[in-house]
Ligand binder design. Structure first.
Ligand code: HDE
Length: 758
């Protein structure tokens, strides 16, 4: 009978089961003896396809591999999300050409519904960013202090780096005064390591619990939601003057560091002190630094403001253009090392206080590897937007310290990403996938894309062969350093060494060149004059008095307020020359040189200047009255900018081609209807005059040859003024300009040329 036949089959199966607890009540046959819980592999394990990392599947469910591009879309024909081919995507299904649209149009509803949900919440901070792929190559220099495999000699690790501003929303301008994020994801063989740093080595606050406060203060005012991406408003200054620990970071923001020329020309800092562990288990405290090969350079404030209007995507464009042109930006990763002492102090500086630096003269930055960014993202949303960094993504050999700011960050990143990326499975997004095998027991949840097999996502288990097993130190496990936790009472307090808020701001101020000090005075004066509340300006002046009397006096003059006296005894720190951006000569890769020409005159000079700029690894942009091509004898020169689309801020240096001026056919050709004294008098297009005077004011190298020198003179720029090269031909003009550009600016034009009327 079929029932007893089925019972026999069941009995057979039960005999094969080697595990207790699976007996079928009432089933005949002997119950096999229980086995011990396995604790380690007893032989070669069966392959477990279910435990392959989520990175082995593409979002479309296709297995991925080194030879297979991870594309979310393939094939020639347009389809629905379900793969049905479409013959029309431009017309809704209607009852007749003039009739109502039919609800049954699945393609219409799918297309619009998906579009309706295209936006995800932007990052609460660092919303505006730009990113690139690259490679990190270890020098091996850190092997003695850190066992992380990716720091080994010549080990190459893929990376993804995202730069960002902090305060602005996703559509805000790039060149605002702000801190910049510098976050690097290393896809190492031992798992992902994220170094989530900034371009400023200190932070506004010493304890993560104040982070919502400082960000609420910096973001636009809640009533009118203005100003966007700015710190020049009352709530920001209210916070940073009430929290004197913010003085140091604020001073860096008011310096040239707050307005970088390019992401390629910024330093990066891990800010906190980290703990490295070597193969023998010995520990060293370190601070991470990124040093750009192109040097650290900034815009000047007026230039940054104009750029924000003329080209709000300036930094994003600059990064992408440089990489596309093959001018791959590079940084060296370096560490300052400190003994892991019980008090975690170094020469009187508390290493756990994120408002303090350790001057490089006291602890030199030692290079340990090279970062090269060599590929642009293919899709902004999939990569730059969906990437999720986390200070807690560490690999064996790198551990955190008790810095209270860092400890709070360890909580915050996953928490915010749960909302931003819509659930707990964002590690499976292509840009976030580790390149190491994944064997986790995390299951299900929103947007699960891995198809996990097996029945036992728990351990210990005896059903999936006991897998996966735990690793030990010798098999690459991440082992936390068992640092002693000093016996203490629970308190809401900071260490007394966190109380000094002025010595290091003074150190920074004293380390600046006169030009950089001038820029700092201008920045404070501008920002505080944008505040409405006198009480806030007065409080800011009291804070500045505790940094330096001269700084305070100059800003006070600009605000029209009396300069108060210091309320603390001013310290006498040794200046740190490494903090100044001036001095040195730097590579010119990817620098932009504008070549102004009135049209078809001296095209051979324009051609030769253009070629020389290219040969120097820079980018020439020809600026002419109209677009198209300039022709003369069959070798046309393409025009990249017209007088209407060019603005000085785009160029690092400007060359003026030889043309006769004044003359109706030259720069003045489009000028006839401009009834402006200067323009008409000189016969020069007023837009060219603006371009030259601005470039001069912003300290940019200027070169002209032959009659082009007259254009400079017409703009009020003397041929022998600092940073100006008046030459007889294009080649010598460019040679002089190249020499000036290596110092970034014609520094001797500052001050007093741009000294504001404070
Ligand atoms: Fe962040 N920070 N942060 N931060 N941070 C975020 O994480 C946070 C801090 C930094 O390009 C958020 O995914 C807290 C210091 C960068 O995707 C959030 C505190 C430093 C980025 C968050 C800090 C940083 C972020 C927002 C105080 C320099 C952009 C979106 C304790 C060392 C990364 C997100 C990217 C992003 C929290 C302070 C760098 C909310 C609570 C100090 C470069 O989790």
């Amino acid at each position: 009978n079929p029932v007893s036949a089925a019972a026999e089959t069941i009995a057979e199966k039960v005999k094969d089961l080697a595990h207790p607890g699976n007996e079928i009540p009432g089933a005949p046959g002997p119950v096999p003896p229980p086995v011990d819980e396995p604790t380690e592999p007893t032989g070669p394990l069966p392959p477990k396809p279910d435990q392959r990392g989520p990175d082995t599947y593409s979002p479309t469910g296709q297995p991925t591999g080194a030879d297979q591009a991870d594309v979310a879309q393939s094939g020639e024909r347009l389809t629905t999300a379900q793969g049905a081919r479409l013959y029309d995507t431009d017309h809704s299904l209607k009852a007749g050409p003039r009739g109502p649209v039919l609800l049954q149009d699945h393609h219409l509803r799918e297309k619009i519904t998906h579009f309706d949900h295209e936006r995800i919440p932007e990052r609460v901070v660092h919303a505006r960013g730009a990113a690139a792929h690259g490679v990190f190559q270890g020098y091996g220099a850190a092997e003695g202090i850190c066992k992380a495999a990716f720091l080994g000699k010549d080990v190459e690790t893929p990376v993804f780096v995202r730069f960002s501003t902090v305060l602005g929303s996703r559509g805000s301008a790039d060149t605002v005064r702000d801190t910049r994020g510098f976050a690097t994801k290393f896809y190492t063989s031992e798992g992902v390591f994220d170094l989530v740093g900034n371009n400023i080595p200190v932070f506004f606050i010493q304890d993560a619990i104040k982070f919502p406060d400082v960000i609420h203060a910096g973001k636009p005012h809640p009533d009118r939601e203005i100003p966007q991406a700015q710190s020049a408003h009352d709530t920001f200054w209210d916070f940073v003057t009430l929290h004197t620990e913010a003085t140091h970071h604020t001073l860096w923001n008011m310096s040239d560091r707050g307005i970088p020329r390019s992401y390629r020309m910024m330093e990066g800092f891990g800010v906190h002190t980290f703990r490295l562990v070597n193969a023998a288990g010995a520990t060293t405290l370190v601070k991470f630094h990124w040093k750009p090969k192109l040097g650290v350079h900034s815009q000047v404030w007026e230039e940054a403001q104009i750029t924000a209007g003329m080209d709000p995507d300036f930094h994003r464009r600059d990064l992408a253009d440089a990489i596309e042109a093959g001018a791959f930006p590079q940084w060296e990763l370096g560490v300052q090392t400190f003994p892991d002492t019980e008090d975690q102090m170094f020469q009187g500086i508390d290493l756990l206080d994120p408002t303090k630096i350790v001057p490089e003269e006291l602890a030199p930055v030692q290079p340990i590897g090279l970062l090269t960014l060599n590929a642009n993202p293919s899709n902004y949303f999939a990569e730059t937007e969906q990437v999720a960094f986390h200070v807690g993504h560490l690999v064996p050999g790198i551990d955190v310290t008790n810095d209270p700011l860092l400890q709070g960050r360890l909580f915050s990143y996953v928490d915010t990403q749960l909302t931003r990326l819509g659930g707990p499975n964002f590690a499976q997004l292509p840009i976030n996938r580790t390149h190491a095998p994944v064997n986790d027991m995390l299951r299900d949840g929103m947007h699960q894309t891995a198809v996990h097999r097996g029945v036992a996502p728990y351990r210990p288990n005896s059903l999936d062969g006991g897998c996966p097993f735990l690793a030990g130190a010798d098999t690459g496990a991440y082992i936390e350093v068992p640092v002693e936790v000093p016996a203490a009472h629970k308190v809401r307090e900071a260490a007394a060494s966190f109380d000094d808020h002025y010595t290091q701001p003074r150190l920074f101020w004293l380390s600046m060149s006169p030009t950089e000090r001038e820029h700092i005075v201008t920045a404070y004066t501008f920002e505080l004059n944008k505040c409405y509340e006198t009480a806030i300006k007065e409080r800011a002046l009291r804070s500045l008095a505790n940094i330096d009397a001269e700084l305070c006096a100059q800003v006070a003059t600009g605000l029209g307020l009396p300069a108060p006296a210091a309320t603390v005894a001013l310290a006498d720190p040794q200046p740190s020359p490494a903090l100044s951006q001036l001095g040195g000569r730097w590579p010119l890769d990817g620098r932009i040189v504008g070549i102004v020409t009135a049209g078809d005159q001296d095209l051979s000079g324009v051609r030769s200047a253009r070629q020389a700029v290219l040969d120097a690894g820079m980018v020439p942009l020809v600026i002419a009255p109209t677009g198209g091509k300039l022709d003369e004898g069959g070798d046309p020169v393409a025009v990249q900018r017209t007088f209407a689309t060019a603005r000085s801020t785009e160029f690092d240096a400007v060359l003026v081609a030889g043309v006769p001026v004044p003359g109706a056919d030259a720069y003045g050709a489009r000028d006839a209807k401009v009834d402006d004294g200067v323009a008409v008098a000189t016969g020069i297009d007023p837009r060219v005059l603006v371009l030259l005077t601005e470039a001069y004011r912003h300290g940019k190298a200027l070169g002209a040859w032959a009659d082009g020198v007259d254009a400079l003179t017409a703009a009020g720029i003397a041929p022998d003024a600092p940073g100006v090269v008046a030459a007889s031909d294009a080649d010598s003009a460019l040679e002089g300009v190249t020499g000036l550009l290596a110092q970034h600016r014609a520094w001797d034009r500052f001050p007093p040329a741009v000294r504001p009327a404070v």
